[in-house]
Ligand binder design. Structure first.
Ligand code: SAM
Ligand code: DTB
Ligand code: SF4
Length: 377
C-alpha cells in the first residue's frame, strides 16, 4: 500500500516533518535549576556494574550518558585547556607509551625548564586563542626542591593572567603539593593510566600505589585533581572498566578526567599496538561520564587521527573538555582554527572561565591588556 502524502500527519517523519525528539529529562526535572538537579554521586561501584555499562548496546549507553550529562552540565559547552611542555625529555621513568623517557630513542630533544617570560608568552597566546586553563607538563619522576620553586614562579605568572592553572610534574609529597597550592595552582594532573593489574606491564619504575599516594597528597593540599588514563595500550576491556572503577571509587571524583587514546610514537615499546576500535573508545568516554557525572571528561590525546564524526560521538557520549592548541607535550594536536570550526559545526561553544579565575596583572600603558586581548584570533 502506498501512503497518500496529503494524509501525512504531523507525527509522521517526512521531508517537511518538524518532529522534535523528546527532551532527555523528565519535565519536572527540567523545571528545576541545574544546580538542584545534579545527579547523585556514588563511590561504591562494583566491577560487574561497570562491566555491565560497557556491555550495553552502544545507543543505550550513549543515551544514558547524554541524559546524565545534561543533568550535571550546561549542554553544548566544551572546556578548553592548552598544554605546554615546560621541561622536555630525559625522564628517568620507563613508561612504555612515553616519548619522553630517556630509555627510548624517540628523537625528542631534551629541553631544560623554560623561563618565566617564555611560559608567560605561551599562556598569553593560549588565552588570546580562547583557552581558559593552562596546563604545564614536565618530564620528571618527581620535581626537586629548586625545580619546584621555579615552577611555583611559573604558576604565579600564569595565574596572574586570569587563566586556571594546572601542572603535571610526576610524584609529589603533601608539602610539595602545598607549595604549588600556595603559588596559585588550581589543578594537578596525575594519571592512573590503566588498571593496577595492567600497570606493571607498561611501567616498572614506579607503582600504582605511588600514583594513588600522590593523588591523596594533592587532595590533602586542597588542589583539584585531574586524573584519567590511556586507551589503546593493549589493555583489555576489563582493564578499562577497572581504571574507571578506581577513579569513581576515590573518596572524591577527579574534577577532570582525561581519556587519552595512545599516540603511538616510533621508538617507544608500544609503537605498533593494534589500534583501538573507535566505538570502544567512545564507550570508555560514556562510561566515565556515567560513573563521574559531575566531572569534566576530557577527550584528550589522540584527536589528530580522529575524524570529526568520531569526535562528535565522543561529545555526545559526554566529553566536555579538550586539549586546545596545535601541540600536546611533544606530539601534535589539531590546529586551533580546525577545532573552532568543528565546535561551530556542532553548535558547541567554549565554556566560560570560572568566576574566580581573575586577572591580576597591571596593564602596560602602551599595549592592550592581556586579559582583554581578542579571543579566537
Ligand atoms: N611525568 C609526569 C607524569 O608522568 O605524571 C607528567 C607528564 S606525563 C607525559 C603525563 C601523562 O601524559 C601520562 O600520565 C600519560 O597519561 C600521558 N601520555 C604520555 N605519553 C602519551 C602517549 N604517547 N599517548 C597518550 N598519552 C600519553
Ligand atoms: C593527559 O592526560 N594527557 C596530556 C596531559 N594529561 C599532560 C599529555 C598527552 C601527551 C601525549 C604525548 C606527547 O605529546 O608527548
Ligand atoms: Fe616520565 Fe611522565 Fe613520560 Fe613516565 S609519562 S616517562 S614519568 S614524563
Amino acid at each position: 500500500m502506498t501512503a497518500d502524502p496529503s494524509r501525512r500527519t504531523e507525527a509522521q517523519p517526512g521531508p517537511h516533518c518538524d518532529f522534535r525528539p523528546p527532551d532527555l529529562q523528565p519535565p519536572d526535572l527540567q523545571r528545576q535549576p541545574r544546580s538542584e538537579r545534579r545527579p547523585p554521586l556514588r563511590h561504591d561501584w562494583t566491577l560487574p556494574e561497570v562491566e555491565a555499562l560497557f556491555a550495553l548496546p552502544f545507543m543505550d549507553l550513549l543515551l544514558q550518558a547524554q541524559a546524565l550529562h545534561r543533568q550535571a552540565h550546561e549542554p553544548n559547552t566544551v572546556q578548553l585547556s592548552t598544554l605546554l611542555s615546560i621541561k622536555t625529555g630525559a625522564c628517568p621513568e620507563d613508561c612504555a607509551y612515553c616519548p619522553q623517557s630517556v630509555r627510548y630513542d624517540t628523537g625528542v630533544e631534551r629541553e631544560a625548564l623554560l623561563d618565566p617570560a617564555t611560559v608567560r608568552a605561551h599562556a598569553q597566546q593560549a588565552k588570546a586563542a580562547g583557552a581558559t586553563r593552562f596546563c604545564m607538563g614536565a618530564a620528571y619522576r618527581s620535581p626537586k626542591a629548586k625545580e619546584l620553586a621555579r615552577i611555583c614562579d611559573l604558576v604565579r605568572e600564569v595565574r596572574a593572567l586570569g587563566l586556571e592553572t594546572c601542572a603535571t610534574l610526576g610524584m609529589l609529597t603533601v608539602e610539595q603539593a602545598g607549595e604549588l597550592k600556595a603559588a596559585g595552582l588550581d589543578f594537578y594532573n596525575h594519571n592512573l593510566d590503566s588498571s593496577e593489574a595492567f600497570y606493571g606491564e607498561i611501567i616498572t619504575t614506579h607503582t600504582y600505589q605511588d600514583r594513588l599516594d600522590t593523588l591523596a597528597a594533592v587532595r590533602s593540599a586542597g588542589l583539584k585533581v585531574c586524573c584519567g588514563g590511556i586507551v589503546g595500550m593493549g589493555e583489555t576491556a576489563r582493564d578499562r572498566a577497572q581504571l574507571l572503577l578506581t577513579l569513581a571509587n576515590l573518596p572524591q571524583h577527579p574534577e577532570s578526567v582525561p581519556i587519552n587514546e595512545l599516540v603511538q610514537v616510533p621508538g617507544t615499546p608500544l609503537q605498533g599496538r593494534p589500534p583501538v576500535d573507535p566505538f570502544d573508545f567512545v564507550r570508555t568516554i560514556a562510561a566515565a561520564r556515567i560513573l563521574m557525572p559531575r566531572s569534566h571528561v576530557r577527550l584528550s590525546a589522540g584527536r589528530q587521527t580522529m575524524s570529526d564524526e568520531l569526535q562528535a560521538l565522543c561529545f555526545f557520549a559526554g566529553a566536555n573538555s579538550i586539549f586546545y592548541g596545535e601541540k600536546l607535550l611533544t606530539t601534535g594536536n589539531p590546529q586551533g582554527r580546525q577545532d573552532r570550526r568543528l565546535l561551530e559545526r556542532l553548535g558547541l561553544r567554549p565554556e566560560e572561565p570560572p568566576a574566580d579565575a581573575v586577572c591580576t596583572e597591571a596593564a602596560p600603558a602602551h599595549a592592550p591588556h592581556a586579559c582583554t586581548a581578542a579571543v579566537g584570533a
